[in-house]
Ligand binder design. Structure first.
Ligand code: COI
Length: 354
């Protein structure tokens, strides 16, 4: 990979109102691009003005979905510094996804350097309001013009930046979900553990149905027996049952979330037992009926912590934590965002000042 070149935008865009950002609707002035050609490797990294890219209509990504992406965030800290949260974890996962999708590996250090330079250049776009951040979206697409089904010989890596508010309009307020027992998100041996567009595309129909029925998200079950809980919406999921916290074990069809890992580390540091194991929807509802289900929440980079207030399975609907944000959910949200924004100590070295 040769040296990063920077072409600055001549006209800078007006910044959006940071009280009404929504999620992923605005994009900064610049983006990072880099190409891969078989025999040459990754080459010509450059930061250029943000804008459309030209692709051949036969580019393989359009036809067979050979793509991977990541999601991470940058913050302005209380002391006016700029930070990334655990970027090493995201870049490691990017290469795990690349391997699954037969996309060439990327040098994580060089990519982190490129992302750091991009965020530094567009640092005025990092919003400072509560529940806001600069979302960083690295992604790789197969660009070779060819209709044959095989690994492409040409790729493009891009990194785009978006100032964001809460992912869900509910923010840290509880969402309602239903147990999806028709469609599945991922199957054993499939691509569930990779961050690739197909996993999300296949989930959209269930999400649309959930919306029509008045729910925010669906609780995904395993694709083999439709019995064990895997994820919630596009997030990992946790349940506090009888004093201990349970999250589905990484089975191959579940994404290894960076927030999932941070939540487990924090809970354990607070002396709370966290168990990674299979948990069936029947066990979950049984615990709820017996009054043992204390809290349920989703975890992800975009929403951080999303408490679950109600759950519906077939005809049965239960309230969790009285439909309120539970104590652990709130403490986790405050701790993670506090570390991210530099208002709390960073005992695990997760804040990466750039
Ligand atoms: C996340 O929770 O960070 C996600 O994966 C959601 C993203 C697809 C917007």
């Amino acid at each position: 990979m040769n040296k990063l070149t920077i072409v600055k935008a001549e006209n800078l865009k007006a910044k959006p109102d940071s009280d009404h950002l929504g999620f992923g609707q605005y994009f900064t002035d610049h983006m990072l691009v880099m190409d891969y050609t078989e025999g040459k490797g990754w080459h010509d990294p450059s930061i250029v003005p943000y804008g459309p890219i030209a692709l051949d209509p036969s580019a393989m990504v359009f036809h067979y979905g050979q793509e991977v992406f990541e999601g991470m965030k940058a913050y302005k800290t209380a002391e006016g510094q700029f930070s990334l949260f655990r970027p090493d974890m995201n870049l490691k996962r990017l290469n795990i996804s690349c391997e699954r999708m037969s996309i060439p590996q990327v040098d994580p250090e060089l990519l982190l350097d490129g992302i750091t330079q991009l965020v530094s250049l567009d640092k005025d776009w990092i919003p400072e309001g509560e529940d806001t951040s600069l979302y960083i979206r690295p992604f790789i697409i197969a660009t070779e013009p060819c209709l044959g089904v095989r690994a492409a010989k040409q790729y493009k890596l891009l990194v785009i930046l978006s100032p964001v508010g809460s992912y869900y309009p509910e923010g840290i307020h509880p969402v309602s979900i239903f147990v999806e027992d028709e469609y599945v998100r991922a199957v054993r041996g499939g691509t569930g553990m990779a961050k690739t567009s197909g996993n999300y595309a296949s989930g959209i129909r269930a999400q649309e149905i959930a919306k029509l029925e008045g729910f925010s998200q669906v609780l995904w079950l395993d694709g083999v027996e439709k019995k064990y809980i895997e994820e919630v919406g596009s997030m990992n999921v946790f349940f506090k049952i009888g004093g201990e916290v349970i999250t589905p074990e990484l089975s191959g069809s579940i994404l290894a979330g960076v927030t999932r890992d941070s939540v487990m580390t924090l809970l354990r540091s607070w002396g709370i037992q966290v168990i990674e194991r299979k948990i069936s929807v029947a066990e979950l509802f049984e615990a709820a009926r017996e009054g043992k289900l204390e809290e349920a929440f989703g975890t992800g980079t975009a929403a951080v912590i999303s408490p679950i207030g109600t759950m519906k399975w077939g005809e049965e609907q239960i309230a969790v934590a009285g439909g309120q944000t539970g104590e652990i959910s709130k403490k986790l949200y405050d701790s993670i965002t506090g570390i991210q924004k530099g208002v709390l100590e960073d005992p695990f070295g997760w804040r990466n000042i750039i």
